[in-house]
Design a protein. Sequence first.
Length: 247
Amino acid sequence: MVSTSARPVSRPLNFWWCLGVPAVAAIILVLLELTDLDMDLARLFYDPVAGDFIGRHSYFLEDILHDRAKEVVIAFSVFAIFGFIGAFFVERLKPFKRELGCLVLSLGLATSFVTPVKAVTAVQCPWSLEQFGGHETYSKLMEHRPQTDKPGRCWPGGHAATGFTLFALFFVLRDRRPRLAKQAFIFAFALGSVFSISRMMQGAHFFSHNVWTAIFCWLICLGSYYWLLYRPAVKAEAAVRAQPVSA
């Protein structure tokens, strides 16, 4: 994973890029609330003749790309936890304690926020709506929720978070292995996007649900990195000067 055991000085963070792009994306998503884009995209995956979404009962989408893929990411998270615990005892892992801690924290926060936010927002899934053969009334994110006995649990996207949480790898690797970090970013973005589209094909989420999820996961991973690992040159020099000089 790394080329040297000493903690490197962090490459400067471009906060206009790291925070500006998510901010612009969030503004665009809010403005899209004024349109019917979510519903229009959902209709592309709905078969009115069959009365269901085209991927609703797909073995590949449900069992492989959803269940098995989620288990793989969970297994990776468990290994990360074991690695972090091992960093307190195994000499070869001790120099990477902070990186492993940042990885565990990012993975944990970027997945655990989903369930409580779903409960608070109560947004319905496409497959539950009257327009797609269900019984619930459609409402946009910023709108009042119609009274129902079965509140929705579909915003943000849980399976999308399973992929986008791997943004953590980008930040953990960016200071030691920049090229590998870029590859990790592409992988996380691609995996999250594939998971997002697959759930849209099943009627589990609207497009905007998954984009919001990507934004949240990115910001969580960025915050964890900034708190635990970010070590710009100025702070690094100050830390060196603060160390006592041996006789």
